[in-house]
Design a protein around this ligand. Structure first.
Ligand SMILES: Nc1ncnc2c1ncn2[C@@H]1O[C@H](COP(=O)(O)OP(=O)(O)OP(=O)(O)O)[C@@H](O)[C@H]1O
Ligand SMILES: [Mg+2]
Length: 222
């Protein structure tokens, strides 16, 4: 896959951004792609994880909570195939600038009307474009209970409103927090378990979308 900058963003706090960002980075690193995370959140969630025993499986972590975080991503994307930016749960110039340089944006959303309302602010920014360009984005349902009525409802509401949602979901599992205790993710501590498999499914879907976008761009410029 071509080198890419992937930003995980939503202005709703606690929706699972840092968990998703760390899980994807570790998954890709284990698959043999060099992965880096920019921690642009002043809370330093990812930077702290990286100081624990499993150190996110050797994923490169760069802390930059300044308005220049996007520049750090642009610098790293030459050396790393996947540069993932974890953003804070509030609106900031730094996040807007990161969205502006991203090849792909993931918007995690918990299946609850409160979370969806707050997340719409993020989606409106994406749809209206940042720095004159509209990044490719997908919502991803997080902390879901399989087959729950509310998750199905939110999924169809988002789709009807024109917000694309990944087929794969990140379900509610205690292993995400348990793995984080050791600075790890499910792919590191139980690589064939259900959580590692759902992360792999999300990662594959993201790669497929990025690949097809690259082909569309190539065809357009040919
Ligand atoms: N799929 C999941 N299953 C169970 N717990 C989860 C899952 N995803 C995240 N969590 C837990 O939910 C809490 C919030 O997750 P996380 O810190 O990733 O959210 P965030 O969007 O980065 O928050 P913030 O906006 O504060 O940065 C954490 O305690 C995390 O362990
Ligand atoms: Mg976070």
């Amino acid at each position: 896959m071509a080198h890419s900058i992937i930003t995980v963003a939503t202005m709703k706090g606690g929706s699972g951004k840092s968990t998703l960002a760390s899980c994807l980075a570790v998954h890709w690193q284990l698959k043999g792609s060099r992965a880096a995370i920019i921690d642009s959140d002043p809370q330093r969630t990812i930077a702290r994880l990286a100081t624990r025993e499993k150190a996110l499986g050797g994923v490169q972590v760069t802390e930059d909570a300044t308005e220049d975080a996007f520049k750090a991503a642009q610098r790293l994307v030459g050396d790393y195939e996947k540069v993932i930016i974890d953003t804070p749960g509030f609106r900031s110039q730094a996040t807007l600038a990161c969205l502006g340089v991203s090849d792909f944006v993931l918007v995690p959303v918990k299946p609850s009307p409160f979370d969806v309302d707050r997340m719409l602010d993020t989606l409106n920014i994406l749809i209206n474009g940042v720095s004159g360009r509209r990044p490719i984005f997908r919502c991803v349902l997080t902390q879901t209970t399989r087959e729950s009525v509310i998750a199905k409802h939110i999924r169809s509401e988002l789709a009807e409103a024109g917000f694309p949602v990944l087929d794969s979901e990140m379900t509610n599992r205690v292993v995400y927090a348990e793995a984080a205790l050791w600075g790890g993710t499910p792919s590191l501590i139980d690589k064939s378990g259900p959580a590692a498999r759902e992360i792999a499914a999300i990662a594959d879907e993201v790669e497929q979308i990025c690949e097809s976008m690259i082909q569309v761009r190539r065809a357009a410029s040919a």
